[in-house]
Design a binder for this molecule. Sequence first.
Ligand SMILES: NC(=O)c1ccc[n+]([C@@H]2O[C@H](COP(=O)([O-])OP(=O)(O)OC[C@H]3O[C@@H](n4cnc5c(N)ncnc54)[C@H](O)[C@@H]3O)[C@@H](O)[C@H]2O)c1
Ligand SMILES: [Zn+2]
Ligand SMILES: [Zn+2]
Length: 362
Amino acid sequence: MQITAAVAPEPGAEFVLEAVELDEPRADEILVRVTAAGLCHTDLITKDDPRRREPIVLGHETTGIVERTGREVTGVRPGDRVVLSYRSCGACRSCAAGDRAYCARARRLNGSGRRPDGSPTLTWRGAPLGGSFFGQSGFATHALATEDNAVRLDGAVDPLVAAPLGCGFQTGAGAVLNVLRPPPDGSVAIFGAGGVGLAALLAARAIGVGTTIAVDVLAERRELALRLGATAALDPGEGEVAARIGELTGGGATHAVEATGLAPVFEEALAALGTTGMLAVVGLGATSARLDLRDLLHRGKSVRGCIEGDAVPQRFIPELLALHAAGRFPLGELVTAYPFADINRAVADQRAGRVLKPVLTW
Ligand SMILES: NC(=O)c1ccc[n+]([C@@H]2O[C@H](COP(=O)([O-])OP(=O)(O)OC[C@H]3O[C@@H](n4cnc5c(N)ncnc54)[C@H](O)[C@@H]3O)[C@@H](O)[C@H]2O)c1
Ligand SMILES: [Zn+2]
Ligand SMILES: [Zn+2]
């Protein structure tokens, strides 16, 4: 079928809205009419990755309405509202242990640009187009997904809030609620107050953590963090971040989240931990960083990498929506709607810090 999609042509180029051809749903697939899709930093990293060899349709924080389902699909029906998240195989050792974010087939299922059997779902100007991004490629009017990455929504949920739960909000909230689990008298330092970092902040606030500190280079982000209830918001440009966190927490943070993907920030976050503190590394981008082993050993610190907040979407996203409905997780404060036609303006506004989480709508 013909759909409209925001195609990312060559790395570095702007998105272009184009008519493209989407495959019919196969037996295990579902066709979703997209109502909204959030913009995550990972979309932009992939868009501008110089190693990318073909045009692609990105978007992995999608919400919409199921239009059609393949004959093997039993968990969702046409008319259901869904949020689309990451894919997992359900059969490998990690999946069997409940660690779906660490699925052995994650790369193939989420980042190969094709179905797992290698077939393309999209064609553009007569040639295959990269698709199946996180099993969805949601920057389009329609997306092909599967049951394993679809989360059915009960009742009406604001699409602007629902869409980013598929990745960014789930990732930040999960880093705190599933991985770090700070106690109320603990302290959480969050490096990078973007969509991921501020979802982590809201999660820490939701479980009553007394001290929350956001660190961001952008004044707008620091102001937003304070409006959302952060105890303090620090400008790394003023230096001495770890020392200032030490003062604010009486010896270092009990927990920290690295949500920038920058190696020097990772090093600062580790230094900002107090004795036996734990750092969750969430930011993507850096490939290596320095680790002060003496600091790590003698102060009993730990570092834990974390994909998608360790969340099983079908379980965690409804939990977050319940917190949101109870007024304890005000995600509406983080999102700004843009028509899909303005996707490049949304990217520019997010980069400049004018908005936090753009959500594209049809
Ligand atoms: N692990 C996962 O599963 C997962 C999932 C989603 C996103 N991510 C990654 O998480 C990171 C955050 O994503 P996002 O969507 O929130 O991005 P974002 O761009 O909205 O947020 C990043 C923030 O970091 C700030 N920043 C930049 N340099 C800084 C510095 N030196 N010190 C402090 N802050 C600095 C930016 O101003 C921005 O506010 C990205 O690297 C993204 O790829 C990982
Ligand atoms: Zn698996
Ligand atoms: Zn993402």
